[in-house]
Design a protein around this ligand. Structure first.
Ligand code: UDP
Length: 381
């Protein structure tokens, strides 16, 4: 057994960032990963026929306004400048999201200016039928955008995404639903955005390519692992697997939404003309179709390949054995999470984080940002 100062259990973005920072600070880091490969849900596969980078766990678009994260990640990969647009297909027509001048003018057949849009939306919202005072996702959303836009673009998509009537969901899920008073159809408000030119997998290979880092795949972590490896019991562990699994679900399982992906090759060079189309109506059971080649517009060979890879995304309730994707934020799940957190805090030298460990729906930049902070705090202690 080589020298090990720290164990990082889980080789997703959070774990690999922690490993890199600690390795650069001179710590010998052993990275353990349960799967066959590193990269967590950012892991991609290359289609052998076309060279298309297939996002195995759904579309991942890097975007950030965090300087430290942007500077850190660009030490390892260069980005292609892809700017994400999402289209919405509703009632036989295709619209540009998010809710803004482009969509609202097309939907209502109007030609509103930026100055006119807010008052128009307020008037639409005021037309909504009075409710019995209940505040939930639906009443909140209608009070923000009015019933016609809610019915077309939000109600059924949300029902599919969360598997329940939006009336049963917390208003917190949409604390705000921005309506953009401009024709800007960039989905994310961050101008620092893109896909790694060399592919997402190269980001992980390069993060872990350091003389102080060793990696073992097909190695899950449990409390006996430190002893099994012959390491001192006090070896610090950064764990980014599901926090409830670490404690054998002793208080019960934290609820997640899972996803099923149906991926297929289509024998046309371009299936839908863009990377993501949301299907906001109830007539199809999936929420969106991803077409991955559009993430690399700089790659002529991929763009001009005679076939394309499309992927239909179907949300489902998480069951043991499924991949967890979206934490289900309810009063009960918050309470359960607090119990697991308290349990983890009692365990010396255990640091739990990342999307699964933190039970957080992290964008990629937030995951890296949290890992940078967590690793820095550890080095300072
Ligand atoms: N949403 C919606 N209609 C859409 C897209 C999103 O109603 O066409 C709502 C839905 O409730 C969803 C939430 O916005 O759960 C967040 O969606 P987003 O696309 O930002 O999340 P992603 O799953 O891509 O991270």
């Amino acid at each position: 057994m080589q020298e090990v100062d720290v164990i990082v259990a889980g080789a997703g973005l959070w774990g690999c960032t922690v490993a890199r920072v600690l390795a650069e600070a001179g710590r010998k880091v052993l990275v353990l990963e349960k799967r066959d490969v590193v990269g967590g849900n950012v892991r991609c596969a290359t289609d052998p026929e076309t060279g298309i980078e297939v996002h195995t766990y759904g579309s991942h678009i890097f975007h950030t306004h965090l300087d430290d994260v942007w500077n850190f990640v660009r030490r390892f990969v260069a980005f292609n400048g892809y700017q994400h647009k999402v289209l919405a297909r509703y009632n036989g027509k295709t619209y540009f999201l998010p809710l803004g001048l482009t969509l609202v003018n097309q939907f209502y057949g109007l030609d509103l200016t930026p100055a006119e849009l807010p008052a128009f939306i307020r008037a639409e919202a005021a037309k909504a039928p009075a409710t019995d005072g209940a505040v939930n996702f639906e009443t909140q959303a209608i009070s923000f955008v009015g019933k016609p836009l809610y019915d077309a673009f939000i109600r059924e998509y949300t029902r599919k995404q969360w598997g329940t009537d939006p009336k049963n969901l917390s208003a917190d899920i949409i604390r705000r639903l921005p309506v953009r008073a401009s024709y800007d159809v960039n989905y994310f408000p961050d101008y620092r955005q893109g896909i790694p030119l060399s592919g997402y997998n190269s980001l992980f290979d390069r993060l872990l390519d350091h003389p102080n880092v060793s990696v073992r795949c097909r190695t899950g972590f449990h409390f006996g692992t430190v002893a099994e490896l012959g390491l001192p019991a006090a070896t610090p562990v950064f764990y980014s697997g599901p926090v409830d699994a670490l404690f054998d679900y002793r208080f019960g399982a934290l609820p997640w939404r899972s996803l099923r992906f149906e991926t297929a090759r289509v024998a046309v060079p371009d299936f839908q003309g863009t990377s993501v189309v949301n299907y906001t109506g109830a007539e199809v059971p999936y929420t969106r179709i991803h077409e991955f080649k559009h993430y690399h517009p700089e790659d002529r060979a991929v763009m001009e390949a005679p076939s394309t890879i499309v992927c239909r995304e179907y949300p489902k309730t998480w069951q043991p054995g499924d991949e967890p994707y979206y934490p289900v934020d309810t009063a009960a799940s918050r309470e359960l999470l607090a119990r697991y957190r308290a349990e983890a805090a009692k365990t010396p030298n255990l640091i739990v984080g990342g999307r699964l460990g933190g039970y957080r729906y992290y964008d990629m930049d937030r995951s890296i940002g949290n890992a940078l902070e967590t690793a820095a705090a550890f080095l300072e202690r």
